[in-house]
Design a protein around this ligand. Structure first.
Ligand code: PDD
Length: 290
């Protein structure tokens, strides 16, 4: 695709010309929320779940979406039509809008809405065979991680720190040493054969892929537990992450130590295969819940 097209406040524009005002509150205050949605062969993965979460995020920051759900859905589909990658990721950002810089919002503002679509890169077979590595960091984020806020400075710095240590992701841990989630992923451990992940609360984002993964595990008779967990627990044999852009990936080293035998575990490999089979079915049947 030679030229990407973005949707900006009601208009389709070539990406190069797609701009937002410097006094947009998203730019000034990170006063906004977002979603990242995957699309395979023209079928969106869990579009409704993403729209539900976007509405929840908007509600949580008291931002009223100026589009109905159907209008927004149509804009997302239209943006994809103009950038029809076989594996695509759609980015939707909503900010409170444009105003002279002041923390307090006094005027009635029109929210800014931006939608872009890009190619969604898939990890290479070599990357999957190797798994990913992570470091852990004390959680320095705000106390509302269930909101998909565009204020991602802590996660940007966390990812940077991971990269400097030649790791792929940083996992946030709470003051008791529990693993909460990654900078842009949810985290799971296999402990004595049970797939364990932190429960949904204000310390983690309710990942759409997290839900898919838990459903897949249950469907294949893998026990699931949503509870705080630590890396030091006995019986921990595997770790993995989930996100829209990564699906499921095994995590083989954390803080320089091997997880289990230091190779992608069989359960993570199975879960990844089952999830990719689901994506494959979507491409061919157009059913995102196939
Ligand atoms: N990030 N936790 C955090 C902090 C995230 O930023 C994300 C997603 C997830 C996984 O959520 P989901 O399965 O709905 O993608 C968990 C997106 C992909 C991003 O910021 O690019």
């Amino acid at each position: 695709m030679a030229q990407l097209t973005a949707w900006v406040n009601g208009r389709f524009l070539p990406l190069e010309q797609a701009t937002v005002h410097i006094e947009d509150r998203g730019f000034q205050f990170a006063d906004g929320v977002y979603e990242v949605i995957a699309c395979f062969g023209g079928t969106f993965l869990e579009l409704d779940a993403h729209l539900d979460r976007l509405e929840r995020s908007c509600h949580a920051i008291r931002l009223q979406l100026p589009l109905t759900r159907e209008q927004l859905r149509q804009r997302i589909l239209d943006t994809y039509q103009r950038n029809p990658f076989d594996d695509a990721m759609l980015y939707i950002q909503v900010t409170r809008g444009r105003a002279a810089r002041a923390h307090l919002v006094t005027d009635h503002l029109t929210p800014t809405i931006v939608i872009t679509a890009r190619h969604l890169p898939m990890p290479s077979p070599a990357q999957i065979a190797q798994g990913i590595t992570a470091i852990t960091l004390a959680d320095i984020r705000w106390k509302h991680c269930e909101i998909k806020s565009i204020a991602l400075l802590a996660s940007v710095l966390g990812k940077q720190q991971a990269a400097e240590q030649h790791a792929d992701e940083a996992f946030w841990r709470d003051s008791d040493g529990h693993i909460l989630e990654g900078c842009a992923t949810n985290c799971f451990a296999l402990i004595n054969g049970t797939l364990v992940t932190h429960p949904l609360d204000h310390q983690v984002l309710g990942g759409i892929t997290r839900n898919l993964l838990l459903s897949l595990a249950r469907a294949h008779q893998i026990p699931v537990e949503e509870r705080p967990w630590q890396l030091s627990e006995s019986g921990l044999s595997e770790c993995m992450i989930s996100s829209t852009t990564k699906a499921v990936m095994p995590v083989c080293r954390i803080d320089g130590q091997p997880v289990g035998d230091g190779k992608p575990g069989p359960v993570a490999r199975d879960l990844r295969r089952w999830m990719l089979e689901q994506f494959h079915t979507m491409r061919h049947t157009g059913d995102s819940r196939a």
